[in-house]
Design a protein around this ligand. Sequence first.
Ligand SMILES: C[S@@+](CC[C@H](N)C(=O)[O-])C[C@H]1O[C@@H](n2cnc3c(N)ncnc32)[C@H](O)[C@@H]1O
Length: 208
Amino acid sequence: MKMDARKYNEQTMKGLFRKIYPVIAEQALARTGIRTGLCVDLGGGPGMLGIRIAEISDLRVVIVDPLADCIALAQENIDAHGVGEQVSAQQGAAEHLPFTDNAVDLVVSRGSIFFWQDQRQGLREIFRALRPGGWAFVGGGFGSKALREEIFAEKADDAKWNRGRRERVRNNPPEHFQALLAELAIDGVVDSGDEGTWILFRKPESSA
Ligand SMILES: C[S@@+](CC[C@H](N)C(=O)[O-])C[C@H]1O[C@@H](n2cnc3c(N)ncnc32)[C@H](O)[C@@H]1O
């Protein structure tokens, strides 16, 4: 395993970012109303959001990420949190989701869509894999203004991180995601504010 993935897991996901996952998990469940069935944490990395969702709901969770290093770290985190019966980790990418049609109740994805090779195909895949009535909660952010400010203060001297983040924000304004939803004829909203930028949509019951 590459050391940088492990270092990122320890210093960022389990360190500086640790407080954002419980907040975002609550927001995802509150906004979608989904608390049972199958949840996919897409681009879940070491899985902290998916693990938290499992801890506060009856959802079974599959953490999906293209990187083998992340899947190994996710498995370690699953074991450390004692949620092995509810959560698993599987290699895969947004553009080719490893799920059959109409199989997933909730797709959550934080901080990942900005890195997908083909966002349009990824959103199309999410729509395909959702069951009618299932929800997507996809985007990025730090959960609240206070948490964002805390993280920005800690990262103030990290020029590389700030450059990358600003570039991703610049290339992915809410209008960009709104246009993608319109192109795909997906009826959804893009919320942008203190909680982050989140694409929310529900697959209509009539699309079975
Ligand atoms: C900034 S990390 C976010 C990890 C995690 N969601 C979190 O918030 O802690 C971005 C993640 O997106 C994953 N990723 C990159 N390209 C992807 C793709 N095409 N499909 C799914 N995930 C992808 C990366 O491997 C990485 O784990």
